[in-house]
Design a protein around this ligand. Structure first.
Ligand code: NAD
Ligand code: UFG
Length: 336
């Protein structure tokens, strides 16, 4: 089976590329490198022995996208490509709607024209909106209380994919709703670039650990959680990558939706403690005001993925911290 990964040089795409190659799949990568580096391809080769064929193409360029799909003879597309910085999406909504939705429509049109009818889409727990403190299951309502354009694009793309399968019953769509990916490959060669735009917890912890930021601001310690800080379902990125491999063999017509999470929530303070334990160093932090739009506790019910895909997260937050620290050491060496 030949698979195209859009956004495959990015954080989750690169880890998935490694797991797909290890499972014997032939893969190619399309990315515009707006949020990733071409050197990731060498790192994938270092880990797997295979350097995937790469196209530096922007999905907003319909002609260039069409050329890749027409020549590729792909059986499946895994669609990671998209902008993901929640805060930036509030400032620049049109950039997000244009890139994420426009790019997806170009991709789907090219797929249709070339009879490529299987797609796995990177969605997000954000589609569950403001449902707080309950184990989220796939059949729960989506789309209510989404507070930013980034989240809206995920909700809208899920809907677009549903409509495409209604119009063409031979289309096979798998929607994977990721919870909070953290960690890095155990080799320490690939991971989340701390110089990314998003203001997510782990890249900020990494910047503080590297001395590039003075301290972590913990957004709120007065939530209704055991230690008062927000809680999330942090999933090791390698487990997440393996979820894609598991999903491939179970694809069928129509839309299938799976949560990819651990089913456990860890607090922000718990993450600080886990980082300190793994690094043996104190992580400077201060308690700050709550961040607008944040919820107290978001976590997955991953039972459907286990039941139907035979997939379950096996790594822990401590594993993620160990691998992040290894990646950080390599990153510091490579970037001075
Ligand atoms: P990432 O930014 O590391 O990877 C996305 C890749 O897509 C980047 O390499 C970027 O250069 C590329 N890209 C963006 N727009 C493009 C375009 N128009 N044409 C071609 N390439 C383009 O992000 P990630 O964390 O690996 O996320 C992958 C996917 O998973 C995204 O769709 C993201 O929204 C989704 N997701 C991520 C998280 C998370 O916390 N990381 C959570 C839920 C869902
Ligand atoms: N946090 C801090 N300080 C920081 C950054 C984050 O205390 O500097 C806290 C947040 O308040 C929250 C937790 O850490 O309680 C996690 O925040 P992130 O920004 O890392 O992640 P979110 O859960 O807010 O959102 C992430 C992605 C979304 C995705 C969602 C899925 O950013 O794209 O997970 O649940 F949709």
């Amino acid at each position: 089976m030949k698979i195209l990964l859009t956004g495959g040089t990015g954080y989750i795409g690169s880890h998935t590329a490694v797991e797909l190659i290890k499972s014997g799949y032939e893969i190619e990568i399309l990315d515009n490198l707006s949020n990733s580096k071409i050197t990731v391809l060498d790192d994938i080769e270092r880990i797997t022995g295979v350097k995937p064929k790469f196209y530096q193409v922007d999905l907003m360029d319909a002609e260039a996208t069409e050329a890749v799909i027409t020549n590729g003879s792909y059986d499946l597309v895994i669609h990671f490509a998209g902008l993901k910085a929640v805060g930036e999406s509030v400032e620049k909504p049109l950039k997000y709607y244009k890139n994420n939705i426009g790019g997806t429509i170009n991709l789907l049109e090219s797929m249709q024209r070339n009879n490529v009818k299987k797609i796995i889409f990177s969605s997000s727990a954000t589609v569950y909106g403001d449902q707080d403190g309950v184990k989220l299951t796939e059949e729960m309502q989506t789309g209510i209380g989404i507070t930013n354009p980034y989240g809206q694009t995920k909700f809208m793309i899920e809907q677009i994919l549903r409509d495409v399968t209604v119009a063409d019953s031979t289309f096979e769509v798998t929607v994977l709703r990721y919870f909070n990916p953290v960690g890095a490959h155990q080799s320490g060669l690939i991971g989340e670039d701390p110089n990314d735009i998003p203001n997510n917890l782990m890249p900020i912890i990494m910047k503080v650990a590297m001395g590039e930021m003075k301290e972590l601001s913990i957004y709120g310690d007065d939530y209704d959680t055991p230690d008062g800080t927000g809680m999330r379902d942090f999933i090791h990125v390698v487990d997440l990558a393996k979820g894609h491999v598991a999903a491939i063999s179970k694809m069928g017509s129509g839309v299938s939706v799976y949560n990819l999470g651990t089913g456990e929530a860890t607090s922000v303070m718990g993450m600080v403690k886990a980082f300190e334990k793994a690094s043996g160093e104190k992580l400077p932090y201060k308690i700050a005001a709550r961040r607008a739009g944040d919820l107290a506790k978001i976590y997955a019910d991953p039972a459907k993925a286990e039941r139907e895909l035979g997939w379950k997260a096996g790594l822990t937050v401590d594993d993620a911290m160990r691998d992040t620290i290894k990646y950080l050491e390599n990153y510091k060496k490579a970037n001075g």
